[in-house]
Design a binder for this molecule. Structure first.
Ligand code: ADP
Ligand code: ZN
Ligand code: MG
Length: 466
């Protein structure tokens, strides 16, 4: 059997960080006392009417533009019906056949060239409330004793981005998601934190003969980290491959990835209801984004992460450029003066490990530090990097310290000076110790004055009398 090819399409939910909810004036906050951010509208009391959040519409347009989408001149809201305690109206206001943004594409740079991931749509909807399953295993509904509902999240704005089945590997899915996240963060429309649930990703997965007909797909739900997205897809591809190798057929189902066991299992929940009985929301007029609003959003886009990656790549190579962009450390990278590769390397290694917030760093001072990194003892350098986010950070103190003591740094230089000055060494050994000053001077010259003369003096003496 020929090696089967993975076919992956992603559905990504992005929580917008608007000040208020999608159809009411309740505050849109991540953490607050349960059910404290609710009102008759988002609790679906009879007789209430939704009023759309203009900002949420503008931000969806903006994201749509960043994804190369067409913006609808007249988009519709639809009711999507299902019954679940997280949905007090019994339907979710969403978009259906006429979303705000559609037919886009996302350029995913790779070391081998660009990959285009088609975007089916980016639509605006309201989020459901949050259910908390108590008792049983790992907060899942299966086996829970009871469930609680927090309506603070109910009715908050959510953009759903749906890709075409253009993704070809778990790794590609992860990289796409990371760059999409960075795009959303830079547009300042969402925190897009997977751990917090403000960025959520479902994956549709199937296998096919290379370039052949699509086969039955399964849907993997709610993987809450970049790693789990890649791992979950890989586990599901493996499961399907085994089914095909055994002569079986994959059946269409919704699956849950369990990172603890690395396996996927069927999900039993509302997802099984597949007839949503969509119909146009009668309480809302169509959304007609004015041309001026669309153009203003387009003008605000700026350079997108994919383009920035390509711009940075020539100086530092693909991997460092991708690492910087995907981690959001690229802004700082561009501000820090000095050797490009050295700066990129430090930012992706010691700096990344320090956990310092890049936006708190004085770039000039960090540049001085990186410039002198080879003269600074490892531990001191790490300490300096960790302090680089403090408001009053100055590299000077650490540079001074660099010149003091590190024997491991000084020894090779001292050895070099001794080797290059055989005559003076002989003179010293013959008893004329006055020549030591000359040798110290040579070491100082080699280190551009940074070595501590006292330490150099001691080390030279030790070596000469060894
Ligand atoms: P559904 O009707 O099941 O929701 P859609 O056509 O709306 O399916 O597509 C949902 C997602 O599934 C999209 O991201 C799409 O790219 C992806 N998808 C569609 N067909 C396949 C397939 N054969 N294998 C993998 N993903 C697919
Ligand atoms: Zn409300
Ligand atoms: Mg669908």
């Amino acid at each position: 059997m020929p090696e089967l090819e993975p076919v992956i399409g992603l559905e990504i939910h992005v929580q917008l960080k608007t000040r208020t909810k999608m159809f009411c004036r309740c505050e849109n906050v991540w953490r607050a006392e349960e059910n404290s951010r609710t009102c008759p509208i988002c609790l679906a009391h009879p007789g209430t009417l939704p009023v759309p959040n203009k900002k949420a519409i503008e931000w969806t347009v903006k994201l749509g533009l960043a994804l190369g989408c067409e913006i609808a001149s007249r988009a519709l809201f639809h009711r999507k019906h299902y019954w679940y305690p997280d949905l007090p109206k019994g339907f979710q206001i969403s978009q259906y056949d006429v979303p705000l943004a559609s037919e886009g594409h996302f350029t995913l740079p790779t070391a081998e060239g660009d990959r285009e991931i088609g975007i089916v749509r980016a639509h605006l909807e309201e989020d459901a409330a949050k259910t908390v399953h108590v008792g049983g295993s790992a907060g899942r509904i299966a086996g829970a004793e009871y469930s609680l509902v927090d309506f603070n999240r109910g009715g908050t704005p959510l953009v759903e981005v749906v890709t075409k089945p253009d993704v070809r590997s778990p790794e590609e899915a992860r990289r796409f998601l990371q760059l999409l996240r960075q795009t959303v963060v830079e547009l300042r429309i969402s925190d897009a934190e997977m751990e917090k649930g403000s960025l959520r990703c479902d994956a549709n997965v199937s296998l096919r003969e290379p370039g052949g007909e699509f086969r039955t797909k399964t849907e993997l739900k709610n993987m809450n980290s970049f790693k789990f997205v890649a791992d979950g897809i890989a586990a599901e591809l493996e499961r399907q491959r085994e089914i095909y190798e055994g002569g079986g057929e994959v059946s269409q189902e919704t699956l849950h990835y369990d990172p603890a066991s690395g396996t996927v299992e069927p999900l039993r929940s509302k997802e099984y209801a597949d007839d949503y009985r969509y119909f146009p929301e009668p309480d809302l007029v169509p959304v007609e984004p004015p041309a001026e609003m669309v153009e203003a959003a387009r003008a605000e886009l700026g350079e997108l992460p994919s383009a920035r990656l390509r711009r940075l790549e020539p100086a530092i190579g693909f991997d460092l450029a991708e690492g910087l962009v995907a981690s959001g450390r690229d802004t700082l990278f561009e501000q820090v003066p000095g050797d490009r590769r050295a700066v990129a390397n430090v930012l992706m290694n010691q700096f990344a490990a320090s956990g310092v917030d890049p936006s708190h760093v004085n770039a000039e001072e960090l540049g001085k530090l990186i410039d002198a990194r080879e003269a600074i003892p490892r531990a001191t350098f790490a300490e300096a990097i960790a302090a680089s986010g403090n408001g009053d950070f100055s590299a000077e103190r650490y540079l001074a310290e660099a010149s003091i003591s590190d024997e491991a740094e000084l020894d090779p230089i001292i050895e070099r000076v001794l080797a290059a000055n055989e005559a003076q060494v002989a003179t010293f050994k013959a008893g004329k110790e006055g020549v030591l000053g000359y040798l110290v001077g040579q070491v100082m010259r080699e280190t551009e004055g940074k070595a501590n003369p006292k330490v150099v003096n001691e080390r030279l003496r030790e070596k000469l009398s060894a």
